[in-house]
Write a protein that binds this ligand. Structure first.
Ligand code: ADP
Length: 633
């Protein structure tokens, strides 16, 4: 019995978009369908490891493409895993990708921009509707009897039908009823052959088509119904590098990564020794939609001796390299390896460690030899790569060298300063790398904590990404130089402070003992201490925390994330600038109530200028107005 189902709303939207934005790229439909067919064959080969009978009736795995001019159809058949009724309804009626919501939010309605987004999201099966006005899918799951096959039909408008049919062979036939305007072009074997060669040559399964016509000696045409493979049908990563063109690497990338775009770069390596494995790993140009989802998909597929074992193999790459795409093919792991076994596998640990090093070398090479490419890479994946400093202890220094930051050395927020750049510009006598963390660039750049560094021409790194707090808590040194927050601890300029300045500081402390006491009394236990500083040249005051305490910025971030009760409530120290007129005003004020009001104003300002939130903003406004207007409190 035929049942009618409606597509999930997102599928309807995707179909509409696909048809309207990808028509200039229509040939990709074949690549996508062949790619799905190849995946289906891979999956069957894997299941057959445990149950060889699945292959018995039809052991030669392949994909067959035929043009049927009489019916105006093209059929892409595979003898892979197939789908049962529930699977076909689920797989070809809904989208189950993480990041789907984000994808739909980003759509603009501008066909060209959206075409890129769709590409990034992955076009897949639905691209069939770019060239077809009806698609019929007939599928029989491996292991199911002949009369338990299923037929799925849709015109791509909003619904599809499903019915049970007989199908003599396992696997899936995708039958495209071509739109009238496509028939001329696509019904030609020659065109199909060219498209397959262009996009799918790297597919490891043989793609069979009817033999090309030949000419007899007398000039007549000899046609035959025999099939021949039109692709190379060898796993690309097993070939020597010299035999692979950049275009072939890119086409393979599109297949493994399900990406529409090209890869930015790749590394192809073979490791021999205790563990033997081959890797072909790519750095994409764009970030996937689920990059920051809770359970992001990993991009590296595991093969054992050319047999596909699993995708989304989280153990093959650390979380901070979750965007790396490609394959790792091991010669030593057992073929029946499961996710559970992988979890414990020491062999896999070695493969992963080796592969991570290859990726880091690839990035180092790009950083050194193609700085512009690297800058573009950094913009896309820098934030996640940085997580590696905290996540991957063994490679901490290497990853740190690959990181770029914004800094006071330049006057825009581009992250383009490496720690090595910073070190090379350090002043005579400077032995530390200074940084500040803040919610955003403007807050960091204008922080009062930077004043003395500006005066002395010392560079400060401006860290404004969420992961930066985490990064700086792990990366305490680089190249033998300590990383120091300018908002923590007492100001220590090391050898950069000359004797005269030290004497000046001492004198200032003595001269301002009194005002320090006044402010301390006024603020009570809001602060842990009040002291005189030379770090300020323009602002009246700033807040600092102890060297080993959580920064105010991190405390605010945790609070915003709802982890307020986990924050240790360390009180900050208020540091004052004795030469500022406001501090002098407090000093010269005789009325104690007035002194209190000024002191509180100074504290609130210090909190505001580092991006903090006032407990009682209305009171602050009231107090400031009274002080400005000099009205009684
Ligand atoms: P993707 O391939 O990116 O997952 P598609 O929309 O192309 O997305 O396909 C959706 C799902 O449908 C696939 O993940 C697969 O499970 C199933 N599928 C598609 N084509 C085939 C096929 N030829 N054989 C078996 N399953 C298929």
């Amino acid at each position: 019995m035929k049942q009618t189902h409606a597509f999930q709303t997102e599928v309807k939207q995707l179909l509409h978009l696909m048809i309207h934005s990808l028509y200039s790229n229509k040939e990709i439909f074949l690549r996508e369908l062949v790619s799905n067919a190849a995946d289906a064959v891979d999956k069957l080969r894997f299941e057959a490891l445990n149950d060889n009978s699945l292959l018995a009736d039809d052991p030669e795995l392949n994909i067959i493409i035929t043009a049927n001019p009489d019916d105006k159809t093209i059929t892409i058949s595979d003898n892979g895993i197939g789908m049962n009724e529930a699977e076909i309804i689920d797989h070809l009626g809904t989208i189950a990708k993480s990041g789907t919501k984000k994808f739909f939010e980003q759509l603009t309605g501008d066909a060209q921009k959206d075409a890129h987004l769709i590409g990034q999201f992955g076009v897949g099966f639905y691209s069939a509707f770019i060239v077809a006005d009806q698609v019929t899918v007939e599928s029989r799951r491996a292991g199911q009897p002949e009369n338990q096959a299923v037929r799925w039909i849709s015109k791509g408008d909003g619904e599809f039908t499903v019915e049970t049919i007989n199908k003599s062979k396992r696997g899936t036939d995708v039958i495209l009823h071509l739109k009238e305007e496509e028939q001329n072009n696509l019904l030609s074997d020659w065109t199909l052959r060219r498209i397959v060669k262009t996009y799918s040559d790297h597919i490891a399964v043989p793609i069979l088509m009817k033999k090309a016509p030949e000419y007899n000696e007398d000039g007549s045409v000899k046609t035959s119904d025999e099939l021949e493979a039109v692709n190379r049908a060898q796993a690309l990563w097993t070939l020597p590098k010299n035999d692979i063109t950049p275009e072939q690497y890119q086409e393979f990338y599109r297949h493994v990564a399900h990406d529409f775009d090209e890869a930015r770069t790749w590394t192809h390596f073979k490791v021999e020794g205790r563990q033997e494995y081959t890797g072909l790993l790519y750095v994409p140009k764009r970030a996937p939609f689920d990059l920051y989802e809770r359970d992001p998909k990993h991009g590296v597929k595991l093969y054992v001796k050319r047999v596909f074992i699993m995708d989304d193999a989280k153990k093959l790459m650390p979380l901070y390299l979750r965007w790396v795409q490609g394959v790792i093919d091991s010669n030593d792991l057992p073929l029946n390896v499961s996710r559970e076994i992988l979890q414990e596998s020491k062999d896999l640990d070695a493969i992963r460690a080796g592969s991570v090093k290859k990726v880091l070398s690839l990035l180092e090479d790009m950083q050194k030899n193609k700085p512009e490419e690297y800058a573009a890479f950094w913009k896309t994946f820098g934030n996640t790569l940085k997580e590696g400093i905290a996540e991957d202890f063994a490679n901490k220094e290497r990853i740190a060298s690959l990181c770029y930051f914004a800094s006071t050395h330049q006057d825009n927020e581009t992250q383009s300063v490496s720690l090595a750049d910073y070190v090379s510009r350090m002043k005579d006598g400077q032995d530390k790398i200074y940084y500040i963390t803040a919610d955003n660039y403007a807050a960091a750049k204008n922080s009062p904590h930077l004043e003395i560094f500006q005066k002395k021409g010392v560079e400060v790194l401006l860290l404004t990404d969420r992961v930066d707090e985490w990064v700086t808590s792990t990366l305490t040194e680089f190249d033998g130089k300590k990383l120091v927050s300018v908002a923590k601890g007492t100001l220590d300029l090391g050898n950069m402070a000359d004797e005269a300045e030290k004497a000046e500081q001492k004198q200032a402390e003595e001269d301002n003992q009194n005002v320090v006491e006044i402010i301390k009394k006024a603020l009570g236990d809001t602060v842990s201490d009040v002291r005189v500083t030379t770090r300020l040249t323009e602002s009246p005051a700033c807040l600092v925390v102890g060297e080993h305490e959580m920064s105010q910025h991190l405390a605010r971030m945790l609070e915003a994330a709802g982890a307020g009760n986990q924050i240790p409530h360390n009180k900050p120290v208020l540091e004052i600038n004795p030469s500022h007129l406001l501090i002098q005003k407090i000093k010269s004020e005789s009325d104690e109530t007035q002194q209190n009001q000024w002191a509180k104003l100074v504290y609130d300002q210090a909190l505001l200028s580092e991006g903090g939130k006032l407990d009682n903003p209305a009171e602050f406004v009231k107090r400031m107005n009274q002080l400005i207007l000099n009205t009684p409190v």
